[in-house]
Unconditional design. Structure first.
Length: 378
């Protein structure tokens, strides 16, 4: 969201730095090295989307920021950092698999890694040669944290470093064990505490996790919904999954969260959706922020129903695709009842389709209006 004045802003700062860059450029043919690095940056930069803004490319690093007022969920930055690393790792893996070039650049490609620094604090916007850039001590601190002792302390060279200031702003300090905290003494700034997350482990975990996804060709309860929203996939994902916003568009009285991981939503987390005296448990089974989420409605007699909400970028907005699978059960009584239950659920969802879509659209427009500074959502 473009800043409108030069006053002090509070923001999250995210720096994605390709480590091994200098050695890679020095030891390999420049035409090949240049092409590889451009391809990697060509994957990373488009992956940085609203509410994050790219401030610029600085050598081997991408600098982005998000004003705190635009970050709609406390775990957004955590999820985003993992996603960004996975974009890098997937792009590098694809290059390694698809090249037969024997040059040093291609042979040394696997030595390139990504480290991500996340910090939080104040900044000002200043014009530099017609460009708007962020400035301030916290911006300097974020860049100084790129030079750290993480590899010496942990052996990791693919990681996300998150300062304690950023953790406190996200209210996620308790998510980490005290043994995961480190600190750096930065000249002229002082001691900065932080935690470190292993991104190679996150990438391996994501690759090994079984995908649960309702496809358009599956046996659907009702036809796929396709809803265009004027927001980024990340914001659309928030509208679909943040408890208060989900309650709004599904017409629930409220939605409570259970089984979070110290406040973080992930597979295994339960939404309890209250409609009057009725409670509908909805379990997250596949969580990919900005891309898709799949949940399971758990019912009596072993019956369950999967719901996938997929986000597809479409111009400046997002096409939200919502698919419900038919109710299934492994128990005999559940199998016998599933046809009746499918009919009953259709009778609830279909008459409310237009209302739900209108509410999704209204929520997205409120968010756009709020971001433009015209009005705040009610």
């Amino acid at each position: 969201m473009a800043p409108q004045d030069s006053g002090i802003k509070t923001a999250f700062f995210v720096i994605a730095d390709i480590s091994g860059y200098t050695k890679f450029m020095a030891e390999t043919p420049i035409e090949h090295a240049k092409g590889i690095l451009e391809a990697l940056f060509g994957e990373l930069v488009p992956a940085i989307r609203s509410p994050l803004e790219v401030s610029g490319l600085q050598g081997d690093a991408v600098f982005a920021y998000a004003f705190e007022s635009d970050v709609m969920t406390k775990q957004f930055i955590l999820d985003f950092s993992e996603q960004l690393y996975c974009v890098f790792a997937r792009a590098k893996e694809k290059m390694l698999l698809n090249t037969s070039c024997p040059c040093d650049a291609c042979a040394n490609l696997d030595e390139l890694e990504l480290k991500i620094v996340v910090h939080h604090g104040e900044c000002v916007i200043q014009d530099t040669g017609g460009r708007q850039e962020l400035a301030g001590q916290d911006v300097i601190t974020a860049f100084r944290l790129l030079k750290n002792s993480v590899k010496d302390n942990t052996g990791m060279n693919a990681y996300t470093l998150i300062s304690c200031k950023a953790l406190k702003a996200m209210d996620l300090v308790d998510y980490f064990d005290e043994t995961e905290f480190f600190s750096e003494d930065i000249e002229h700034i002082g001691e900065v505490e932080y935690v470190v997350r292993d991104m190679r482990a996150a990438w391996a975990r994501r690759r090994q996790t079984k995908r649960t996804f309702v496809e358009p060709r599956d046996d659907l309860l009702i036809d796929e919904w396709m809803v265009p929203l004027p927001v980024s996939p990340e914001v659309a994902f928030t509208i679909m999954t943040r408890p208060d916003l989900r309650a709004e568009w599904i017409g629930a009285d409220k939605v409570d969260m259970l089984n979070t991981n110290k406040g973080k939503i992930e597979p295994g987390t339960l939404y309890h959706c209250y409609h009057g005296d009725d409670v509908f448990p909805f379990e997250v089974v596949d969580w990919n922020p900005g891309e898709y989420v799949t949940g399971r409605y758990n019912m009596p007699m072993g019956m369950s129903m999967l719901e996938t909400i997929e986000m597809a970028e479409m111009g400046a907005g997002t096409m939200v695709k919502l698919r419900y699978a038919k109710v299934t059960s492994k128990k005999l009584m559940g199998k016998l009842m599933s046809s009746t239950v499918n009919k009953k659920i259709r009778g609830v969802i279909l008459p409310d389709k237009e209302n739900r879509i209108n509410k999704m659209t209204a929520l997205s427009r409120q968010i756009v209006t709020s971001a433009e500074g015209v009005a705040q959502p009610s």
